[in-house]
Design a protein around this ligand. Structure first.
Ligand code: ADP
Ligand code: MG
Length: 252
């Protein structure tokens, strides 16, 4: 199993400070403060509508924030421009809906970012793309189109596509929620491998088994706020907040 405790002296890879966000009158992110260390796996859980997806999208600037700062590797995320494109490629995203390019092959889905955005030579991108498809155990599907794959296979392609950009951190927003039950485990297995290899991950999920096994820390959100942060051991056995206790009693 990966080391659960890491030196806390290094600059955290991802830092959110006093992040606030409204949609009209709705206060969707309320003074969010969160640090993620290199190699850490943070699982974010909480009721529907608590702001988990907005948090993921804000970290990648797919959503603007009203105030506060978000830093990757010590650098504040710029609001726009070339600096944003570069920092954004440091943050991989895997969504509930796989969002693959439907008219491109599996391998093309994985190599488009490296060739178009990172300007890598095509042959190099394809070689590395095949390695990544092997890593997510789907190399034999390289020349198929997304619609020819199962949901679990498509989500593994989406993970390979995120890895192809060499991100410093990958955000997963309910990556298994849209899958048929029998496909959930194959995606969680790939995510567990990544966690064990030391990838920094922020994972929004309702898969409590994954959280217990792979998370270094659980962040519980409700009503746009981080209500509790704890180790999985403490969170799942003796949660400190009433909100978390109430939530866990409904899902466990
Ligand atoms: P979660 O992922 O935890 O279910 P979301 O971040 O998707 O929560 O949503 C938090 C709240 O913000 C919800 O009440 C949702 O309806 C609202 N919301 C999300 N996106 C938008 C938007 N683009 N415009 C207005 N309200 C939104
Ligand atoms: Mg969501």
């Amino acid at each position: 199993m990966r080391a659960r405790f890491r030196a806390m002296t290094a600059t955290p890879l991802l830092v959110l400070e006093n992040v606030d966000k409204h949609f009209g009158d709705l206060h969707v992110l309320h003074d969010i403060n969160l640090s993620v260390q290199r190699g850490e796996v943070v699982v974010v859980i909480g009721p529907s509508g608590s702001g988990k997806s907005t948090l993921c999208r804000a970290i990648n600037r797919l959503e603007t924030i009203d105030s506060g700062t978000i830093r990757i590797d010590g650098e504040p995320l710029p609001a726009e421009g070339r600096g944003l494109a570069r920092l954004r490629s440091d943050i991989g995203m895997v969504f509930q809906a796989f969002n693959l390019f439907s008219h491109r092959t599996v391998l093309d889905n994985v190599t488009l970012g490296p060739t178009k955005v990172l300007r890598r030579p095509k042959a190099e991108a394809r070689a590395r793309g095949m390695e990544l498809l092997e890593r997510v155990r789907i190399a034999e599907q390289a020349n198929k189109y997304p619609a020819q794959l199962s949901g679990g296979q498509q989500q593994r392609v989406a993970i390979a596509r995120a890895l192809a950009m060499n991100p410093k951190v990958i955000m997963f927003d309910e990556p298994t929620s849209a899958l048929d039950p029998e496909m959930v485990q194959e995606v969680l297995d790939v995510m567990t491998d990544l966690a064990q290899e030391g990838m920094t991950m922020v994972v929004v999920t309702h898969e409590m088994g994954f959280a217990r096994r792979a998370a270094n820390r659980v962040v519980f959100m409700a009503d746009g706020q981080i209500v509790e942060e704890n180790s999985p051991e403490v969170f799942f056995t003796t949660p400190e907040s009433d909100r978390a206790r109430d939530f866990l009693s409904k899902i466990l």
